[in-house]
Design a protein around this ligand. Structure first.
Ligand code: DAH
Length: 330
């Protein structure tokens, strides 16, 4: 017995202890063998020896459990020591993300028109000639097609050069009245300080029965919108040309950098061009089979708005993913 007691005391791991337990109490262990031997003893000796064996068994079981508790406590102690953390050490700093300035600008624009119950419509980026040009009163060989340096695919489809094709798609699937904007990416073969091959536009279109939609309505909405975006600026409408509107206008705001005094950004004119617009050309209505309606449309470049709102000098920096720029928009 002495031997077993020492053995239990000397084990240094729970695994070893388990081995000793099996040696002692397992089916082929020490006590199983000893109890087996009882049957060879004379009857009168059996109770005495059996009693001694049971006492020894209980005692060793107790020792085993005690040693197990000890080893478990040691293991926990060890674990606590290993997992201790030094709260005074520097950790990783979690850096916060932010929406891209173009996205923030787009959200602001959408918010304005949603508040006036304009629907949001979208269309494909790969367009057919019909939607991007033909139906917008830009027949083949029309000189105004040169205004838009188009990416063509071999099959004659193209990357849409503006969001205006969504006007056509919306009018085709829906009867008037229509009140919609269409935000999205557009593509042109152009790359310099103020042009990138991909940028974003928001198109607007309102159509109702003839006589219900006027240039005065258009003027009011755009003035209100530009005040919402840029605050206290002057707004002016300048006659212009777009194939899909007649009459057409370009809209300027007083320069937000020099308050109209004249500076480098506004080329010393005091004005910044921000929008194109006009009354929908009758040829456009004809292309979608609309009769006896009137409507206005407008289009704007989101990056241009973002550059003005956040005073960003180079358009290309909006697409470089430079964290030093992006971190300023948290
Ligand atoms: N589609 C024009 C462009 O990309 C922008 C535009 C101008 C849209 C006038 C319009 C509009 O709806 O009326 O340059």
């Amino acid at each position: 017995m002495q031997n077993w007691e020492e053995k239990i005391q000397n084990v240094s791991s729970l695994d070893e202890l388990e081995k000793v337990r099996i040696e002692l109490f397992g089916k082929k262990g020490y006590f199983a063998a000893e109890f087996e031997k009882l049957k060879n003893l004379p009857n009168e000796e059996k109770p005495k020896v059996a009693k001694e064996l049971n006492v020894a068994k209980n005692r060793l079981q107790g020792l085993l459990q005690a040693r197990k508790d000890e080893l478990l406590a040691q293991a926990i102690e060890e674990q606590l020591k290993n997992e201790k953390i030094d709260v005074s050490l520097y950790g990783y700093r979690a850096s916060k993300g932010a929406l891209h300035p173009v996205k923030q600008t787009l959200d602001q624009i959408i918010e304005y028109f949603l508040s006036l119950n304009y629907a949001i419509e979208t269309g494909p980026l790969i367009e057919e000639d019909f939607y991007n040009f033909e139906a917008l009163n830009l027949p083949k060989h029309h000189p105004a097609r040169d205004m838009q340096d188009t990416f063509y695919f071999a099959d004659g489809t193209l990357l849409r050069t503006h969001t205006s094709p969504v006007q056509i798609r919306t009018m085709q699937k829906q009867k008037p009245p229509i009140r919609m904007i269409s935000p999205g990416a557009v593509f042109r073969r152009d790359f310099d300080l103020t042009h990138t091959p991909m940028f974003h536009q928001v198109e607007g279109l309102v159509v109702d029965e003839a006589g219900k939609v006027s240039f005065a309505n258009l003027k009011f909405i755009l003035q209100d919108f530009l005040h919402y975006m840029f605050g206290d600026v002057k707004v002016r409408f300048r006659p212009s040309f777009f194939p899909f509107t007649e009459p057409s206008a370009e809209v300027d705001i007083s320069c937000i950098f020099c308050q109209g005094e004249g500076c480098r950004v506004c080329s010393h004119t005091g004005w910044l061009e921000v929008l194109g617009c006009g009354m929908v050309d009758p040829n456009v209505f004809e292309a979608v089979g609309y009769e006896n309606v009137s409507g206005y449309a407008f289009g704007l470049g989101v990056e241009r708005f973002a550059m003005l709102l956040y005073r960003i000098g180079d358009l290309r920096s909006l697409f470089e993913g430079d964290l030093r720029l992006l971190e300023q928009f948290k």
